[in-house]
Design a protein around this ligand. Structure first.
Ligand SMILES: *[C@@H]1O[C@H](CO)[C@@H](O)[C@H](O)[C@H]1NC(C)=O
Ligand SMILES: *[C@@H]1O[C@H](CO)[C@@H](O)[C@H](O)[C@H]1NC(C)=O
Ligand SMILES: *[C@@H]1O[C@H](CO)[C@@H](O)[C@H](O)[C@H]1NC(C)=O
Ligand SMILES: *[C@@H]1O[C@H](CO)[C@@H](O)[C@H](O)[C@H]1NC(C)=O
Ligand SMILES: *[C@@H]1O[C@H](CO)[C@@H](O)[C@H](O)[C@H]1NC(C)=O
Length: 463
């Protein structure tokens, strides 16, 4: 029997009941922390694509629905984030400090706390610094196999051997390793042992953000560019989260700083993403807390890489033009009856590579900006890094030739067809004509010049 205090409103009662029901839902996967969906960029790919949990190689080929049976796949460009990785050394240092703090100061009596203090081992070392883990190599191997099933005429043994599948990667070891894993996925699938397939390292393309001077100066090295993030970290929602962590541990509130709260969240998230275990660290957060931390992470990405500043998007102009000129070359070749030289381009980079490009193209654009004061009204935002950018997140552009010069371009995000923003028009929304896509992005195709956008003071000079 539930005891309902007199002041409780019907709404509160229903909410409570709902929470109890959700909590007890029988098909809940007990191996997954309840807060896993709030892990942001530390999310697992299979928690975004749930059908992969049963079968990591599952592919539903009927998601691609060209308007006629004549349509042939002629080119695929895939821009992919590296797979699951260790935390960076900066984060590992904070995790070590948090662990020390809990070992030495926590006075709570809960069993999960004793578990941390007595049994949990601090196994992260600074030299792990963002390296790809085995799970991350598997992320890319499996993705390669799935994409070969979804695009069988493009990602094929014949085309790989024929040198018509090109690999481009960022120079970071986690990206190079991911690229190697993607290739291994294909060579193992087809039992190829006699050839080594090469890749090109291209940081101008895959780490454009380092080279965009205006972005580096105005955003990366400019604390005022992320003022909203700082305000939220010091604001009432995050303060409550920190105090709840301190109370659960039985330590003074002042000991749980922003860094320590972040480190605790990372400990829960990485233990799960890397090792698939629900660690006792996860007990430091309930769902409401996790939603607040998720917002803090999304807010940071919004201001550092997303819509927050125009230069964030524009820093990807070079990659944008590269992608579209590759599509144009394939389109031209196909229209003139030639064989498409480059059937597939696999480009491996970072969340920081994908997000500016996705925002340049207008994806995940909510009506209102994410700010330090609109946490509640942003509850239904589309800008959610956990959905957009899990490990091995991918943006695919598949070009189809439907005969008589009719070309169509299908965008997919994390292997799901999506419409181009601003091009949703009934039946043709999900596989628009290639020329309509070029018209949609005409302004960017004619402008978006990396050199002038990224040059310092260009905009002042224009005034
Ligand atoms: C496969 O995709 C099609 C089209 O989106 C959908 O109707 C169907 O239910 C999916 N099948 C499975 C097994 O998910
Ligand atoms: C990444 O590459 C390095 C160097 O080739 C190798 O030693 C390491 O085992 C690789 N890691 C994974 C997870 O594949
Ligand atoms: C890969 O590069 C090596 C050395 O540069 C070269 O000998 C080999 O032919 C290349 N392999 C392919 C498939 O292009
Ligand atoms: C494609 O064809 C158009 C029109 O013929 C031409 O203007 C353009 O330069 C070609 N682009 C590429 C990349 O071949
Ligand atoms: C994002 O949405 C805002 C408001 O709806 C709009 O003004 C802006 O042009 C959009 N940005 C992009 C890149 O589509």
């Amino acid at each position: 029997m539930l005891l309902i205090p007199r002041e409780t409103t019907i709404f509160q009662f229903v909410t409570t009941l709902f929470c109890l029901l959700t909590y007890a839902k029988p098909d809940d996967d007990l191996n997954i922390p309840a807060i896993a969906k709030y892990f942001g960029p530390t999310s697992r790919y299979e928690d975004v694509n749930l059908n992969l949990k049963e079968d990591i190689l599952a592919v539903n080929t009927s998601i691609l629905q060209p308007p006629s049976a004549q349509c042939r796949q002629i080119h695929l460009t895939a821009i992919i984030r590296h797979g699951t990785r260790y935390p960076t050394s900066k984060n590992i240092k904070k995790m070590q400090q948090m662990y020390q703090l809990v070992r030495e100061k926590a006075s709570g009596k809960e069993s999960w706390l004793r578990e941390i203090q007595e049994h949990w081992r601090m196994w992260y070392t600074e030299d792990m610094d963002g390296r790809l883990v085995q799970k991350g190599a598997d992320d890319h191997k499996h993705l390669a196999v799935r994409l070969s099933k979804l695009f069988p005429s493009l990602i094929s043994e014949e085309k790989l051997r024929g040198g018509r599948i090109k690999f481009i990667t960022s120079s970071k070891h986690r990206c190079v390793n991911s690229t190697e894993a993607f290739k291994a996925g294909l060579t193992q699938l087809w039992g190829i042992q006699d050839v080594q397939f090469n890749h090109t390292v291209n940081d101008a393309l895959m780490r454009f953000f380092d080279r965009c001077t205006r972005f580096v100066q105005d955003v990366l090295n400019n604390p005022s560019a992320v003022a909203e993030v700082k305000r939220f970290e010091k604001g009432p929602e995050m303060r409550t989260v920190r105090e709840k962590i301190a109370d659960r541990l039985g330590v003074e509130h002042s000991l749980i700083t922003e860094d320590m709260a972040g480190a605790a969240f990372d400990l829960c998230a990485y233990e799960f993403t890397i090792n698939a275990v629900t660690s006792p660290w996860c007990w430091l957060f309930d769902e409401a807390d996790a939603q607040v931390v998720e917002y803090a992470n999304d807010l940071k990405e919004f201001w550092k890489r997303g819509y927050g500043h125009d230069i964030n998007r524009k820093s990807s102009c070079l990659l944008f033009h590269d992608v579209f000129s590759r599509l144009e070359k394939a389109a031209n070749e196909s229209k003139s009856g030639q064989q498409v030289t480059e059937a597939v381009t696999i480009q491996v980079g970072h969340a920081d590579t994908l997000l500016p490009l996705l925002t340049l193209l207008g994806f995940f654009n909510d009506t209102d900006a994410l700010t330090s004061t609109n946490y509640l009204t942003q509850a239904r935002r589309s800008f959610r890094t956990g959905r957009m950018l899990p490990y091995a997140a991918n943006f695919l552009l598949a070009l189809f030739d439907c005969g008589e010069g009719e070309l169509r371009l299908q965008p997919l995000l994390n292997e799901r067809p999506v419409p181009f923003p601003g091009m949703v028009d009934g039946q043709t929304s999900s596989m628009p004509l290639y020329r309509d896509v070029r018209a949609r992005y005409r302004e960017l195709l004619q402008g978006c010049d990396f050199e002038s956008e990224c040059q310092l003071f260009q905009h002042d000079a224009e005034l």
